[in-house]
Design a protein around this ligand. Structure first.
Ligand code: CAA
Length: 291
């Protein structure tokens, strides 16, 4: 399967990072979002991140300019019709993703591979509601996309070998490493990472440590680049809670119960960096712990 044009649905944190790395690797990118403002913000973010890479000598000025030229933005989902591969990176809600696939599918070529960047929703269930379950799979990037080396590739029960091989070849062309995961709740990275973050929140909830002591313990004691609470704020506390709920519901084991304090933060609308407050308050010059 010859993949040259990649359609990306959703221009948020993940969508703009995916557009960035795909265009930098030489793919033609069609980036769509319902919001014109989100599309403009995505282009600004990509430009800023490419400029940073130029500044650090990782990307040449000519490659930056060519990369930006390869990204076309559109508010019309139908414009993704000619894509060889589509990566859906919209809001992490199953009803939203399902509605996007329903609107998009009539415009696609029969050969188009359809994928989702979902961090935890069942690939098999999403695939079963499309016209091409054998050409459907999970294509899961890590945040920040331009920096993180891993892409999880998740096979649904019906995904065929050719589809998997084509997606693996794309990951290789990006210079990233693919990890193959079976389609069980939260796959590999989040199956392991989220219970750790949730346990850090329990450690805070039970008063074993403060935000500061928990984060420095893992940074200095286990060489993690970010502490678990700082990382939770970076990912988004609503996303962390949603993934814990998927693990809890899907595996029916109480060891995955979300910490009530995590729920409380989400109820408060303290979702981490994106809302300027979470386990840290980001409204000032330096982040200040909120507990
Ligand atoms: N675009 C391009 N480059 C970026 C970037 C971006 N958005 N953000 C950072 N960088 C680059 C910097 O330019 C810098 O490059 P050099 O090494 O060439 O100098 C490098 O990344 C390091 O950046 P900084 O020096 O600014 O900051 P740092 O050293 O504190 O690293 C970090 C930042 C890479 C984010 C690091 O803190 C880290 O690895 N954190 C953990 C991230 C993580 O665990 N992500 C996975 C989350 S889980 C997930 O995504 C799955 C899910 O479904 C929820």
């Amino acid at each position: 399967m010859d993949i040259q044009t990649i359609g990306i649905v959703g221009a948020g944190q993940m969508g703009n990072g995916i557009a960035h790395v795909m265009a930098l690797a030489g793919y033609d990118v069609l980036l769509t979002d319902v919001s014109a403002e989100a599309l403009q913000k995505a282009v600004d973010t990509i430009t800023g991140n490419l400029d940073r890479q130029v500044g650090r000598g990782k990307v040449s000025e000519a490659d930056r300019d060519a990369t930006l030229k390869r990204i076309v933005t559109t508010q019309a989902l139908a414009d993704l019709g000619q894509s060889d591969l589509v990566i859906e990176a919209a809001t992490e809600r199953e009803t939203v993703k399902q509605a996007i696939f329903e609107d998009l599918i009539p415009h696609l070529k029969p050969t188009t591979i359809l994928t989702s960047n979902t961090s935890s929703i069942s690939i098999t269930r999403l695939a079963s509601r499309t016209d091409r379950p054998e050409k459907f799979m999970g294509f899961h990037f890590m945040n920040p996309v331009p920096v993180m080396q891993l892409v999880e590739l998740i096979r649904g029960i019906a995904t065929d070998k050719e589809t998997f091989a084509a997606c693996r070849a794309v990951v290789e062309k990006l210079g990233k490493t693919a990890a193959s995961a079976e389609d069980f709740p939260a796959f590999i990275v989040n199956r392991i990472l989220m219970p750790m973050i949730n346990e850090a929140v329990y450690t805070l909830y039970e008063g074993v440590g403060s935000v500061e002591s928990i984060d420095s313990s893992l940074k200095l004691g286990a060489n993690h680049p970010m502490g678990p609470l700082e990382l939770a704020d970076f990912i988004g506390l609503d996303t962390c809670l949603a993934i814990m709920n998927v693990l809890h519901d899907g595996l029916a084991d109480t060891k995955y119960r979300p910490c009530p304090l995590l729920t409380k933060y989400v109820e408060a609308g303290w979702l981490g960096r994106k809302s300027q407050r979470g386990f840290y308050d980001y409204r000032g010059d330096v982040p200040v712990p909120t507990r």
